[in-house]
Every structure is written in structure tokens, then in C-alpha cells.
Write a protein that binds this ligand. Structure first.
Ligand code: FAD
Length: 410
């Protein structure tokens, strides 16, 4: 079967559409909200809610689904990754509801994101002070009480956590254990609507990069949600010991983890967008000085700068193709756990290297806040941390290739 690496016409149209939005709506306020870290970026939020939510232009023909979502993420992060994360949308919380929710839950929780009301946000809260890469170590508890679950615990580094917890119509998907003695099998996710008593916003992080994004600490103290807000099955099968073969007992946990197969290609695409922004900038700046890449020159005649630029382009393109593969597989309903982690690991590393190199190639101006390149270098690193760190994604790749369970390779 011939393999096509060409995006469809619809995806090409989407790329142009979102690039224009990135250029016209995001770049002009990019520096402002990097500096005003905890302010709501009103210009972007209001513009997007009113004008940006409509679908990209389409022609008749095949749709790319997830590939198009990745192209949108890439282009908007070419504009500004922090603003992209602050875009009013269901985001990671929506991905969790879409992956594990019933049709009734999808309708109930996602309706406000389609309404003409005020902007709303969704978020996903997994990470805790003592549970990050090892999500199975979660300490937040959910206790059944009549028709409700009562949540208690602390969640940290929750992207969009301020908007999702405070603004009516939004929600936070909270991972908590129904039974600590059941290990992974006890961990479930619960939708906590914004403003639910007992969900408290403690504050937002001051960060290295993606400063326009609100990264919240949330405390849950006797926070009550209706039983219908649990995503997936409430059943806890205690058989789990994390050993090879204990598959059925961790189905709920694995189901929740499967959300990452959809979100990792998107994060990889975000990384590619930031890398492309830095590469475009440096290529243009060097061209203005008369320095361009001679693609047809023999290798021994290439300058160090030409080699650097070629390597940056190659790394970026490799990351993009891995991202599109993982997304296209998802579109076709194929298992993409390996490919999603490959894309995320590759793109996270590529963007940190490319943006550092861009700062280096520009010399002192690259380090100056007069240009956005130093910001993109700061914005890059997060792609190597959230949605599974570089090391964790490499572990997943190794497990998949070697066919080892997590208990045997960690
Ligand atoms: C800006 C930002 C936004 C975030 N947004 C969200 C969010 O929306 N929701 C959410 O739930 N979380 C979020 N996170 C948290 C993020 O997902 C975690 O930071 C990440 O999973 C790593 O967990 P940790 O911080 O506990 O680090 P740790 O797990 O303590 O890891 C520390 C270091 O050890 C390495 N390491 C850990 N285990 C292994 C291993 N087995 N083998 C090799 N190396 C290992 C890691 O790769 C890392 O380098 C966010 C974090 C940041 C910084």
C-alpha cells in the first residue's frame, strides 16, 4: 500500500487558518502575558471565544481528525504556547470525558463549551506532592457516601486549574482512589464542576515558561460530587498486584491512562510549533545578514551555521512526522501507545535543543527580551515534562518494543 506523507487539502487549509490566527491574535500579546504572568489574557480569551471556536474552512474530501487537531496545536503554539494553554476549551479534562465518559456525561459536561455563554475551561488534576510520574501512587481519596463521593487531597501543577475550578460551566477531572489497598485498580477519575464547595484554589505557580498558562494548586476538603460524576466503572477489582497477566483488574486505570495516547501527540505538536517559531525566526534573521543554507553544496563546503540549521530542520521534521503518525493511527482506531510516546519523547527533546540553538545562533540579541526567541527557549522545556516526562516516555517505548509489563521495567 502506498504511504502518503502529504496532509489532506482540509489539513492544509486548517494550517493556513490557524497560522493567521496565531500571527494576528497571539503574537501581538505574547510578550505582554509572559510578563503579566497571572493576568487573564483578555484579548486572546475573548477573541477566541467569539471568533476562534468555529471549525477551520473545509473542502469536500477526507477529514484528518486527529492530524488536524495536531496541526491546530502546532500552529497556535507557533503563535504562543502559553496562550494556547489558556484558550477557553475543555482541554485535557475534555479528553478524559471523551475517553471514559458515557454519552450522558459527555453531553452534561461539554455542553457549556459549545454554548454562547461566557468562556469556560476544563482541566485534569492527576499530579500530587508525592505522585507525578508514578500516577499509581495517588493519595487523594474518594469515599462513597449515599448518592455522592467525597474527595479529599491536594493536586498540584494543574494546567488551566484556575479557570476550570473557578469559572461557572467549567470542570476539573480529578484522579482519586476509592480503595488504597487495591493499588492501581482503586484509582478512578471524577468530574468536579467549577465552584463545587470543598474545591479550593490555593494559588498559581510562578514559572520558567508558558507563563500565560494558569498552573494551579487545588485542595479538596470534603468535596462532594454526585455519583454520576465518576467516569467509567465504579467497580474495584482487588486482584491487581501489578504483575504480568493481571490485566482485567487494572482496566479502569489503564483506561484512564489511555487518555494519554490522545493527548501526547497533541503535546508533541505543541512542541513542534514552538520549535518552528524559533527556527523560522533564526532563518529569517540570518538571511537578513546574508547567511542562507546551501542545500546543494557538498558536505565539506558547508559552514557550521548551515549544518546547525539543517540539523534543526531535520529534527523538527522527524518530530512532526512521528506526531502525525501517532495522530493518524488514532484516527484509524489503531493502538498508538508506542507511537504517541515516541512522538512526545522526540518532540520534547527536539524543541529544547532547537530553541537553545536558536538563542545561540542569534548571539546576544537571542538572549535579549527584545525578541521572543529567549521566551520560546523557556516555553520549550515544559514539553519534556508534562504528559509524561522524557524519561517516562522512553520507558514506555522500551516496554512496548520489548513487550515488558510496567512491573518488570520501571
Ligand atoms: C507547567 C506544568 C503544567 C502541568 N500540568 C499538569 C496538569 O494539567 N495535570 C497534571 O496532573 N499534572 C500536570 N503537571 C505535572 C506533570 O505532569 C509532572 O510534573 C510530571 O508528570 C512529572 O512528575 P513529577 O513532577 O512528580 O516528577 P517525578 O516523577 O518526581 O520525576 C522527577 C524526575 O525523575 C524522573 N523519573 C521519574 N521516574 C522515573 C523512572 N522510573 N525512570 C527514569 N526516570 C524517572 C522524571 O523523568 C523526572 O526527570 C504539570 C507540570 C508542570 C511543570
Amino acid at each position: 500500500m502506498p504511504i502518503s506523507f502529504e496532509p489532506t487539502e482540509n489539513t492544509r487549509l486548517a494550517r493556513e487558518h490557524f497560522r493567521k490566527i496565531a500571527q494576528e491574535q497571539m503574537r501581538p500579546v505574547s510578550r505582554k502575558y509572559d510578563e503579566q504572568e497571572h493576568d487573564l489574557p483578555r484579548e486572546w480569551v475573548d477573541w477566541y471565544w467569539k471568533n476562534g471556536r468555529g471549525a477551520a474552512p473545509r473542502v469536500d474530501g477526507p477529514a484528518d481528525g486527529m492530524v488536524q487537531v495536531c496541526v491546530q496545536a502546532e500552529e497556535l503554539c507557533w503563535g504562543d504556547a502559553g496562550l494556547y494553554l489558556r484558550t477557553p476549551s475543555a482541554a485535557l479534562g475534555g479528553a478524559a470525558v471523551a475517553a471514559a465518559g458515557t454519552p450522558e456525561q459527555k453531553e452534561r459536561f461539554l455542553a457549556s463549551f459549545r454554548s454562547d455563554g461566557h468562556p469556560v475551561w476544563g482541566a485534569m488534576a492527576i499530579t500530587e506532592p508525592s505522585a507525578g510520574s508514578d500516577a499509581a501512587a495517588i493519595q487523594t481519596t474518594a469515599t462513597a457516601d449515599g448518592d455522592e463521593y467525597v474527595l479529599n487531597g491536594t493536586k498540584i501543577f494543574c494546567t488551566a486549574g484556575e479557570g476550570a475550578s473557578q469559572v461557572e460551566g467549567g470542570f476539573v477531572v480529578v484522579w482519586a482512589t476509592l480503595d488504597k489497598s487495591a493499588g492501581r485498580a482503586g484509582i478512578k477519575s471524577f468530574v468536579v464542576p467549577a465552584g463545587t464547595p470543598g474545591m479550593k484554589l490555593v494559588g498559581c505557580e510562578k514559572k520558567l515558561g508558558i507563563r500565560a498558562s494558569d498552573t494551579a494548586t487545588l485542595v479538596f476538603e470534603d468535596c462532594r460530587v454526585p455519583k454520576e460524576n465518576l467516569l467509567g466503572s465504579a467497580e474495584v477489582k482487588k486482584r491487581d498486584a501489578g504483575a504480568k497477566g493481571g490485566k482485567s483488574s487494572t482496566k479502569g486505570f489503564k483506561g484512564a491512562m489511555a487518555t494519554f495516547d490522545a493527548t501526547r501527540p497533541i503535546v508533541a505538536a505543541m512542541a513542534v510549533g514552538v520549535g518552528q517559531a524559533a527556527l523560522d525566526y533564526v532563518v529569517e534573521a540570518l538571511a537578513a545578514e546574508g547567511v542562507t543554507v546551501r542545500y546543494d553544496a557538498p558536505p565539506e563546503q558547508l559552514t557550521a551555521v548551515e549544518r546547525d540549521l539543517m540539523r534543526m530542520e531535520a529534527e523538527l521534521q522527524a518530530a512532526r512526522l512521528l506526531t502525525w503518525r501517532a495522530a493518524a493511527m488514532m484516527n484509524r482506531g489503531q493502538a498508538n501507545n508506542l507511537e504517541a510516546s515516541m512522538a512526545k519523547a522526540k518532540a520534547g527533546l527536539a524543541v529544547t535543543e532547537i530553541t537553545q540553538k536558536a538563542v545561540e545562533l542569534l548571539g546576544p540579541p537571542g538572549y535579549s527580551c527584545r525578541h521572543l526567541v529567549e521566551k520560546w527557549m523557556r516555553d520549550a522545556k515544559i514539553n519534556d515534562i508534562y504528559e509524561g516526562t522524557q524519561q517516562i516516555n522512553q520507558l514506555i517505548v522500551a516496554r512496548r518494543i520489548l513487550d515488558y509489563p510496567s512491573s518488570m521495567l520501571r
